[in-house]
Design a protein around this ligand. Structure first.
Ligand code: F0G
Length: 447
């Protein structure tokens, strides 16, 4: 694949400015809106059916065929093959979970968990980083940076090695789980802790990158989101190329939900799927900008005519009241999601819903997921906590097929897990038992 038929395009239909993929922009220079990567599909060779991608599984010694991202490269062909970076990302599985389905009162065959914790850095971010760093390598970047609640920094620090880029991480004060911080430090990234939260870091990192010409790998970067589309390809691949009824995903900076909507929009327009699934984006109650804007302020994609004034008024109010987001799901503790508009588009394309769940609901759901076989970090469990509401409200049917994206590994945030299980009063807690150093006393405890 040596020819690219890709370009960047502003998502604002009133602007629609286009730029080459060899430009490093991250927002539209003409109007400041978000950028998409678009393709001239008519000129690009595409497989006739989605199942053609699966044949590449057999060629595990070909690094691009082995990658769970680049296996689908015709659907994200924005740079030449030699620039494509891979460290084995995307070897992730869609796991049926009949036990949890039954617990939730669903058809036991209806619930699937897409376990993105199996990625090299332990979260879904690797899907995006492999794409962003491939672009960075192509445009000759020498240094990378991100703001992060933890997982982006871990993934960036890891991928920066594969193309010899420097890596600088911006994190908020006391806002990062130790599993993630330890990765960034161990992989050699420079870590700068700012007196502020993620939203402050996000603002600063954009200015730093602009001034110092550093390559930004946050999900503002449209190339990163191209990699995250493949999570959806792998889900439908495992369902024998059938689309589930629902995709459920946690919402933070709203990169994933945006990428998923784009993936389905493209597959449908290419005739590779017949229908798009519905999408549920789940916020934490303490960081629920999307939920408030969509459900209370009725903000919509509206064919790209998004009500910017409503967004500005909302953010002004956050500023005026000194609001700071807070949730145990630190990964999604974000109140100014940069991909808000793309997420609104995804919600429109997928007839989506958004809602917010409490920390208690997140932690209970996390323990239930763990108990039935797959550990995850708190943000990921927002999916199952959200699903409970959607089932109770009759929005998701008990007989429907639902795929929840478990975005990060259990070991990312062991403190949250140990803290939960240390309390006997929690509904799903499993506290350690104490025993005298005595064989009979120990045997008496064995259940
Ligand atoms: N789940 C996990 C485990 C995350 O790390 C994140 C985001 C999300 C969900 C939310 O995804 O931003 O695409 O809506 N983490 C970012 C970070 C913000 O810096 O690691 P999103």
């Amino acid at each position: 694949m040596d020819k690219q038929f890709a370009y960047q395009k502003c998502i604002n239909p009133a602007c629609s400015a286009t730029f080459g993929c060899d430009e490093t922009l991250f927002c539209c220079p003409a109007c400041g809106d978000l950028l998409d990567v678009c393709y001239e599909w008519d000129n690009a060779p595409l497989p006739k059916s989605l199942s053609d991608f699966a044949k590449r599984w057999a060629k595990r010694n070909d690094r691009l065929d082995f990658s769970g991202v680049w296996r689908f490269r015709e659907l994200l062909n924005f740079c030449p093959d030699p620039c494509k970076v891979s460290i084995g990302e995307g070897q992730t599985l869609l796991q049926p979970n009949p036990a949890l389905a039954t617990e939730l009162g669903m058809n036991p065959k209806g619930l699937f968990l897409q376990y993105e914790g199996m990625n090299p850095s332990g979260s879904f971010k690797d899907n995006g980083m492999t794409a962003a760093f491939s672009h960075a390598k192509w445009v000759g970047a020498t240094a990378s940076a991100c703001a992060s609640t933890g997982n982006t920094s871990a993934a960036m620090a890891l991928y920066a090695h594969s193309c010899n880029l420097k890596a600088t991480v911006f994190i908020g004060q006391g806002k990062i789980a130790f599993g993630k911080l330890s990765q960034a430090m161990d992989y050699g990234a420079q870590t700068i802790q700012i007196d502020g939260d993620f939203d402050d870091c996000m603002r600063q990192v954009q200015d730093v990158c602009r001034q110092l010409k550093i390559y930004l790998v946050n999900s503002l970067n449209p190339f990163r989101l191209e990699g995250q589309k493949t999570i959806m390809y792998r889900i439908i691949e495992q369902l024998n190329w059938e689309v589930p009824d629902w995709i459920i995903v946690p919402g933070g900076n709203l990169g994933n939900s945006s990428a998923f909507g784009k993936a389905f929009m493209e597959l449908k327009s290419l005739g590779l799927i017949e229908r798009v699934p519905r999408l549920a984006v789940i916020n934490a109650v303490g960081a629920n900008t999307l939920t408030e804007l969509v459900n209370d302020k009725h903000l919509r994609w509206n064919n790209g005519q998004v009500d910017n004034k409503a967004i500005r008024t909302y953010y002004d109010k956050l500023d005026a009241t000194g609001f700071r987001p807070h949730t145990v799901a630190s990964a999604i503790e974000i109140s100014r999601p940069v991909n808000l508009k793309k997420c609104l588009r995804a919600v429109a394309v997928c007839n989506g819903v958004v809602l917010a769940v409490t920390d208690e609901e997140i932690l209970d759901a996390k323990a239930q997921i763990g108990k039935t076989g797959l550990g995850c970090e708190p943000a990921s469990a927002a999916t199952i906590a959200g699903l409970k509401h959607l089932l109770a409200d009759g929005i998701v049917g008990k007989e429907q097929r639902v795929a929840c994206v478990l975005t990060g590994h259990l070991l990312k945030d062991p403190n949250a897990t140990v803290e939960y299980h240390s309390h006997m009063a929690r509904p799903f807690s499993n506290p350690p038992m104490r025993s005298a150093n005595d064989l009979d006393a120990i045997i008496a405890l064995i259940k």
